[in-house]
Design a protein around this ligand. Structure first.
Ligand code: DOR
Ligand code: ZN
Length: 344
Protein backbone atom coordinates (compact mmCIF):
# COMPACT_ATOMS: atom_id res chain seq x y z
CA UNK A 1 0.00 0.00 0.00
CA UNK A 2 1.41 3.43 -0.91
CA UNK A 3 2.16 5.67 2.07
CA UNK A 4 2.24 8.86 0.06
CA UNK A 5 0.34 10.12 -2.94
CA UNK A 6 1.18 13.20 -5.00
CA UNK A 7 -1.45 14.32 -7.49
CA UNK A 8 -2.29 17.37 -9.58
CA UNK A 9 -4.01 19.87 -7.27
CA UNK A 10 -7.72 18.97 -7.28
CA UNK A 11 -10.73 21.23 -7.74
CA UNK A 12 -14.06 21.14 -5.94
CA UNK A 13 -16.87 21.22 -8.52
CA UNK A 14 -19.62 21.82 -5.92
CA UNK A 15 -19.08 23.92 -2.80
CA UNK A 16 -21.09 26.08 -0.38
CA UNK A 17 -19.15 28.85 1.36
CA UNK A 18 -22.04 31.06 2.63
CA UNK A 19 -21.27 34.73 3.30
CA UNK A 20 -19.91 37.14 5.91
CA UNK A 21 -18.12 35.70 8.93
CA UNK A 22 -19.11 32.14 7.96
CA UNK A 23 -17.49 32.61 4.56
CA UNK A 24 -14.32 33.96 6.14
CA UNK A 25 -14.20 30.90 8.39
CA UNK A 26 -14.54 28.25 5.67
CA UNK A 27 -12.90 29.64 2.52
CA UNK A 28 -9.36 29.10 3.88
CA UNK A 29 -10.14 25.39 4.35
CA UNK A 30 -11.16 24.94 0.71
CA UNK A 31 -8.31 27.13 -0.54
CA UNK A 32 -5.84 24.86 1.25
CA UNK A 33 -7.27 21.76 -0.39
CA UNK A 34 -8.29 22.88 -3.87
CA UNK A 35 -7.15 25.05 -6.76
CA UNK A 36 -10.64 26.07 -7.84
CA UNK A 37 -14.18 25.58 -6.66
CA UNK A 38 -17.62 26.00 -8.13
CA UNK A 39 -19.35 28.26 -5.60
CA UNK A 40 -23.04 27.60 -5.03
CA UNK A 41 -25.39 30.58 -5.25
CA UNK A 42 -27.92 29.58 -2.56
CA UNK A 43 -27.38 32.58 -0.33
CA UNK A 44 -30.23 34.49 1.22
CA UNK A 45 -31.20 36.32 -0.95
CA UNK A 46 -29.92 34.05 -3.75
CA UNK A 47 -27.25 35.10 -6.25
CA UNK A 48 -29.44 35.67 -9.31
CA UNK A 49 -27.66 38.35 -11.34
CA UNK A 50 -24.21 38.67 -12.86
CA UNK A 51 -23.55 41.74 -10.71
CA UNK A 52 -24.40 39.81 -7.54
CA UNK A 53 -22.19 36.91 -8.59
CA UNK A 54 -19.22 39.19 -9.29
CA UNK A 55 -19.66 40.97 -5.95
CA UNK A 56 -19.88 37.57 -4.23
CA UNK A 57 -16.73 36.48 -6.04
CA UNK A 58 -14.89 39.49 -4.61
CA UNK A 59 -16.02 38.56 -1.08
CA UNK A 60 -14.82 34.98 -1.58
CA UNK A 61 -11.46 36.18 -2.91
CA UNK A 62 -11.08 38.55 0.02
CA UNK A 63 -11.30 35.53 2.35
CA UNK A 64 -8.50 33.61 0.59
CA UNK A 65 -5.36 33.72 2.76
CA UNK A 66 -2.44 35.82 1.54
CA UNK A 67 -0.16 33.91 -0.83
CA UNK A 68 -2.68 31.13 -1.56
CA UNK A 69 -3.90 30.66 -5.14
CA UNK A 70 -7.59 29.74 -5.17
CA UNK A 71 -10.04 30.57 -7.92
CA UNK A 72 -13.77 30.68 -7.17
CA UNK A 73 -15.84 29.78 -10.23
CA UNK A 74 -19.17 31.53 -9.95
CA UNK A 75 -22.71 30.38 -10.60
CA UNK A 76 -26.14 31.98 -10.89
CA UNK A 77 -29.25 30.74 -9.11
CA UNK A 78 -31.88 29.95 -11.73
CA UNK A 79 -35.35 31.25 -10.93
CA UNK A 80 -38.62 31.19 -12.87
CA UNK A 81 -37.81 34.74 -13.99
CA UNK A 82 -34.08 34.61 -14.86
CA UNK A 83 -33.94 36.51 -18.17
CA UNK A 84 -32.44 34.57 -21.10
CA UNK A 85 -30.20 37.59 -21.81
CA UNK A 86 -28.48 37.04 -18.44
CA UNK A 87 -26.77 33.97 -19.96
CA UNK A 88 -24.77 36.04 -22.44
CA UNK A 89 -23.84 38.52 -19.73
CA UNK A 90 -22.81 35.56 -17.55
CA UNK A 91 -20.53 34.13 -20.19
CA UNK A 92 -18.94 37.52 -20.81
CA UNK A 93 -18.32 37.91 -17.07
CA UNK A 94 -16.67 34.49 -16.76
CA UNK A 95 -19.54 32.92 -14.83
CA UNK A 96 -19.46 29.23 -15.61
CA UNK A 97 -22.81 27.78 -14.61
CA UNK A 98 -26.41 28.18 -13.51
CA UNK A 99 -27.90 26.17 -10.69
CA UNK A 100 -31.31 24.57 -10.90
CA UNK A 101 -32.93 23.99 -7.54
CA UNK A 102 -36.44 22.61 -7.84
CA UNK A 103 -38.34 25.00 -5.52
CA UNK A 104 -38.40 23.55 -2.01
CA UNK A 105 -35.92 20.71 -2.66
CA UNK A 106 -33.31 21.77 -0.11
CA UNK A 107 -31.64 24.55 1.94
CA UNK A 108 -32.51 28.02 0.56
CA UNK A 109 -34.27 26.61 -2.49
CA UNK A 110 -37.58 28.43 -2.05
CA UNK A 111 -36.65 30.85 -4.86
CA UNK A 112 -35.97 27.90 -7.16
CA UNK A 113 -37.75 26.75 -10.29
CA UNK A 114 -41.42 25.80 -9.88
CA UNK A 115 -41.87 24.39 -13.39
CA UNK A 116 -39.17 23.66 -15.97
CA UNK A 117 -41.38 25.05 -18.73
CA UNK A 118 -40.90 28.48 -17.14
CA UNK A 119 -37.15 28.42 -17.81
CA UNK A 120 -37.03 26.88 -21.29
CA UNK A 121 -35.88 30.08 -23.02
CA UNK A 122 -33.18 30.66 -20.40
CA UNK A 123 -31.92 27.08 -20.73
CA UNK A 124 -31.82 27.51 -24.51
CA UNK A 125 -29.71 30.64 -23.98
CA UNK A 126 -27.42 28.75 -21.57
CA UNK A 127 -27.00 26.02 -24.17
CA UNK A 128 -26.07 28.62 -26.80
CA UNK A 129 -23.62 30.47 -24.54
CA UNK A 130 -21.90 27.36 -23.18
CA UNK A 131 -23.10 27.95 -19.61
CA UNK A 132 -23.24 24.65 -17.70
CA UNK A 133 -26.49 23.62 -16.00
CA UNK A 134 -25.96 22.29 -12.48
CA UNK A 135 -28.92 20.27 -11.27
CA UNK A 136 -30.10 19.44 -7.79
CA UNK A 137 -31.80 16.31 -9.05
CA UNK A 138 -34.63 15.61 -6.64
CA UNK A 139 -38.36 15.90 -7.12
CA UNK A 140 -40.19 17.87 -4.44
CA UNK A 141 -43.46 15.98 -4.73
CA UNK A 142 -44.31 15.15 -1.09
CA UNK A 143 -45.96 11.93 -2.26
CA UNK A 144 -42.57 10.61 -3.36
CA UNK A 145 -40.49 8.82 -0.72
CA UNK A 146 -37.45 10.90 0.27
CA UNK A 147 -35.12 8.05 -0.71
CA UNK A 148 -36.64 7.83 -4.21
CA UNK A 149 -36.59 11.51 -5.10
CA UNK A 150 -33.43 11.38 -7.21
CA UNK A 151 -34.42 8.35 -9.27
CA UNK A 152 -37.87 9.84 -9.91
CA UNK A 153 -36.35 13.21 -10.88
CA UNK A 154 -34.39 11.49 -13.63
CA UNK A 155 -37.54 9.82 -14.99
CA UNK A 156 -39.82 12.83 -14.70
CA UNK A 157 -37.47 15.68 -15.61
CA UNK A 158 -33.88 14.90 -16.55
CA UNK A 159 -34.66 12.67 -19.52
CA UNK A 160 -36.79 15.39 -21.05
CA UNK A 161 -34.32 18.16 -20.22
CA UNK A 162 -31.59 16.16 -21.93
CA UNK A 163 -33.75 15.70 -25.05
CA UNK A 164 -34.85 19.34 -25.17
CA UNK A 165 -31.34 20.81 -24.93
CA UNK A 166 -28.97 18.26 -26.48
CA UNK A 167 -25.89 20.49 -26.42
CA UNK A 168 -26.44 21.92 -22.94
CA UNK A 169 -23.78 20.65 -20.54
CA UNK A 170 -25.60 19.20 -17.55
CA UNK A 171 -24.12 18.11 -14.23
CA UNK A 172 -26.27 15.89 -12.05
CA UNK A 173 -24.85 17.10 -8.78
CA UNK A 174 -24.09 14.99 -5.75
CA UNK A 175 -25.42 11.85 -7.41
CA UNK A 176 -26.50 9.39 -4.72
CA UNK A 177 -28.12 6.40 -6.43
CA UNK A 178 -27.26 3.54 -8.75
CA UNK A 179 -30.01 4.84 -11.05
CA UNK A 180 -28.28 8.25 -11.19
CA UNK A 181 -24.84 6.78 -11.78
CA UNK A 182 -26.16 4.50 -14.50
CA UNK A 183 -28.06 7.33 -16.17
CA UNK A 184 -24.96 9.52 -16.31
CA UNK A 185 -22.70 6.70 -17.46
CA UNK A 186 -24.99 6.14 -20.45
CA UNK A 187 -26.00 9.73 -21.20
CA UNK A 188 -23.20 10.81 -23.53
CA UNK A 189 -20.48 13.45 -23.39
CA UNK A 190 -22.60 16.47 -22.36
CA UNK A 191 -23.78 14.90 -19.10
CA UNK A 192 -21.68 14.47 -15.97
CA UNK A 193 -22.08 14.03 -12.23
CA UNK A 194 -20.27 15.11 -9.11
CA UNK A 195 -19.91 12.73 -6.18
CA UNK A 196 -19.36 13.75 -2.56
CA UNK A 197 -16.93 12.08 -0.17
CA UNK A 198 -19.72 11.31 2.29
CA UNK A 199 -21.82 9.48 -0.30
CA UNK A 200 -18.75 7.38 -1.18
CA UNK A 201 -18.02 6.55 2.47
CA UNK A 202 -21.43 6.09 4.06
CA UNK A 203 -24.80 4.53 3.55
CA UNK A 204 -27.99 5.57 5.32
CA UNK A 205 -27.19 3.46 8.37
CA UNK A 206 -24.75 6.23 9.33
CA UNK A 207 -27.73 8.47 10.10
CA UNK A 208 -28.96 6.14 12.81
CA UNK A 209 -25.91 4.37 14.21
CA UNK A 210 -26.14 4.48 18.01
CA UNK A 211 -28.67 7.33 17.87
CA UNK A 212 -29.75 10.03 15.47
CA UNK A 213 -26.63 11.52 13.85
CA UNK A 214 -27.45 14.95 12.46
CA UNK A 215 -23.99 15.61 11.04
CA UNK A 216 -24.59 12.83 8.52
CA UNK A 217 -27.80 14.44 7.30
CA UNK A 218 -27.61 16.07 3.90
CA UNK A 219 -29.72 16.30 0.77
CA UNK A 220 -29.95 14.21 -1.25
CA UNK A 221 -29.93 11.98 1.83
CA UNK A 222 -27.53 9.01 2.15
CA UNK A 223 -28.92 5.91 0.49
CA UNK A 224 -28.67 2.12 0.85
CA UNK A 225 -25.35 0.28 0.59
CA UNK A 226 -26.03 -0.92 -2.97
CA UNK A 227 -26.17 2.74 -4.04
CA UNK A 228 -22.97 3.64 -2.21
CA UNK A 229 -21.26 0.78 -4.01
CA UNK A 230 -22.50 2.00 -7.39
CA UNK A 231 -21.11 5.47 -6.62
CA UNK A 232 -17.73 4.04 -5.65
CA UNK A 233 -17.69 2.07 -8.90
CA UNK A 234 -18.51 5.24 -10.89
CA UNK A 235 -15.95 7.42 -9.09
CA UNK A 236 -13.16 4.88 -9.49
CA UNK A 237 -14.09 3.89 -13.06
CA UNK A 238 -11.72 6.33 -14.72
CA UNK A 239 -14.64 7.92 -16.57
CA UNK A 240 -14.29 11.55 -17.61
CA UNK A 241 -17.86 12.26 -16.51
CA UNK A 242 -17.72 11.58 -12.79
CA UNK A 243 -15.73 14.05 -10.76
CA UNK A 244 -15.17 15.50 -7.34
CA UNK A 245 -17.74 17.83 -5.78
CA UNK A 246 -17.74 17.91 -2.00
CA UNK A 247 -21.12 19.62 -1.51
CA UNK A 248 -19.45 20.76 1.70
CA UNK A 249 -22.30 22.71 3.30
CA UNK A 250 -21.49 24.38 6.62
CA UNK A 251 -24.23 25.08 9.17
CA UNK A 252 -23.83 26.22 12.79
CA UNK A 253 -23.60 23.10 14.97
CA UNK A 254 -26.62 24.24 16.99
CA UNK A 255 -28.77 24.28 13.85
CA UNK A 256 -27.75 20.76 12.93
CA UNK A 257 -28.16 19.40 16.45
CA UNK A 258 -31.72 20.68 16.46
CA UNK A 259 -35.32 19.42 16.42
CA UNK A 260 -35.39 20.33 12.72
CA UNK A 261 -31.73 19.93 11.81
CA UNK A 262 -30.31 21.59 8.69
CA UNK A 263 -29.16 19.45 5.76
CA UNK A 264 -25.48 19.56 4.90
CA UNK A 265 -22.20 17.87 5.82
CA UNK A 266 -19.12 20.00 6.41
CA UNK A 267 -16.31 18.16 4.67
CA UNK A 268 -14.15 20.90 3.15
CA UNK A 269 -11.76 20.89 6.12
CA UNK A 270 -10.51 17.39 5.29
CA UNK A 271 -12.06 16.68 1.90
CA UNK A 272 -9.10 15.09 0.17
CA UNK A 273 -8.37 12.92 3.20
CA UNK A 274 -11.94 11.60 3.07
CA UNK A 275 -11.83 10.94 -0.67
CA UNK A 276 -8.44 9.19 -0.27
CA UNK A 277 -9.98 6.94 2.37
CA UNK A 278 -12.83 6.00 0.02
CA UNK A 279 -10.53 5.36 -2.94
CA UNK A 280 -8.08 3.36 -0.82
CA UNK A 281 -10.91 1.18 0.51
CA UNK A 282 -11.85 0.46 -3.10
CA UNK A 283 -8.23 -0.37 -3.98
CA UNK A 284 -8.27 2.52 -6.43
CA UNK A 285 -5.93 5.20 -5.08
CA UNK A 286 -4.34 5.33 -8.53
CA UNK A 287 -7.67 6.63 -9.91
CA UNK A 288 -8.03 9.48 -7.41
CA UNK A 289 -6.12 11.98 -9.53
CA UNK A 290 -8.37 11.45 -12.53
CA UNK A 291 -11.53 11.88 -10.47
CA UNK A 292 -10.28 14.78 -8.34
CA UNK A 293 -8.04 16.73 -10.70
CA UNK A 294 -8.53 15.83 -14.36
CA UNK A 295 -12.09 14.85 -15.23
CA UNK A 296 -13.68 18.06 -13.92
CA UNK A 297 -11.47 20.52 -15.80
CA UNK A 298 -11.90 18.43 -18.94
CA UNK A 299 -15.70 18.67 -18.74
CA UNK A 300 -15.55 22.43 -18.13
CA UNK A 301 -12.99 22.94 -20.93
CA UNK A 302 -10.28 24.11 -18.54
CA UNK A 303 -6.70 22.98 -18.01
CA UNK A 304 -5.84 20.93 -14.92
CA UNK A 305 -4.09 22.91 -12.19
CA UNK A 306 -0.35 23.37 -12.66
CA UNK A 307 0.62 22.56 -9.08
CA UNK A 308 0.35 19.36 -7.02
CA UNK A 309 -0.71 18.28 -3.53
CA UNK A 310 0.65 15.42 -1.44
CA UNK A 311 -1.36 13.14 0.82
CA UNK A 312 0.44 11.11 3.47
CA UNK A 313 -0.71 8.02 5.30
CA UNK A 314 -0.41 9.63 8.72
CA UNK A 315 -3.16 9.25 11.32
CA UNK A 316 -4.46 12.50 12.83
CA UNK A 317 -7.48 13.56 14.80
CA UNK A 318 -10.01 16.05 13.49
CA UNK A 319 -10.87 18.91 15.86
CA UNK A 320 -14.17 18.59 17.78
CA UNK A 321 -15.31 21.91 16.34
CA UNK A 322 -14.07 24.78 14.24
CA UNK A 323 -14.78 28.51 14.64
CA UNK A 324 -17.66 29.71 12.46
CA UNK A 325 -18.29 33.39 13.09
CA UNK A 326 -20.10 33.54 16.43
CA UNK A 327 -21.03 29.87 16.15
CA UNK A 328 -19.32 26.49 16.04
CA UNK A 329 -18.89 24.30 13.00
CA UNK A 330 -18.58 20.55 13.39
CA UNK A 331 -16.73 18.91 10.52
CA UNK A 332 -17.91 15.47 9.46
CA UNK A 333 -16.05 12.96 11.72
CA UNK A 334 -15.24 15.68 14.28
CA UNK A 335 -12.97 14.32 17.01
CA UNK A 336 -12.30 11.13 15.05
CA UNK A 337 -9.11 9.87 13.47
CA UNK A 338 -8.41 10.01 9.74
CA UNK A 339 -5.79 7.80 8.11
CA UNK A 340 -4.65 10.24 5.42
CA UNK A 341 -3.39 13.76 5.86
CA UNK A 342 -2.85 16.50 3.34
CA UNK A 343 0.75 17.72 3.62
CA UNK A 344 1.22 21.42 4.37
O1 DOR B 1 -27.35 18.97 2.26
C1 DOR B 1 -27.43 19.96 1.55
N1 DOR B 1 -27.02 21.16 1.99
N2 DOR B 1 -27.93 19.83 0.31
C2 DOR B 1 -28.14 20.89 -0.46
O2 DOR B 1 -28.61 20.71 -1.54
C3 DOR B 1 -27.91 22.26 0.05
C4 DOR B 1 -26.90 22.26 1.10
C5 DOR B 1 -26.83 23.58 1.86
O3 DOR B 1 -26.77 24.63 1.23
O4 DOR B 1 -26.80 23.54 3.10
ZN1 ZN C 1 -24.99 21.62 -2.58
Amino acid sequence: MPQELTIVRPDDWHLHVRDGAALRAVVPHSARQFGRAIVMPNLRPPVVTVEQALAYRDRVLAAVPEGVAFEPLMTLYLTDTTPPAEMRRAREAGIVAIKLYPAGATTHSDAGVTDLRQVAATLAAAEKEGIVLLVHGEVTDPAVDVFDREAIFIERHLLQLRRDFPALKIVLEHVTTKEGAQYVAEAGPATAATITAHHLLYNRNALFSGGLRPHYYCLPVLKREEHRRALVAAATSGSDRFFLGTDSAPHPAALKEHASGCAGCYTAFSALELYAEAFEAAGALDRLEHFASRAGPKFYGLAPNATTVTLKKLAWTLPDALPFGDAELKPLRAGETLAWRLAA
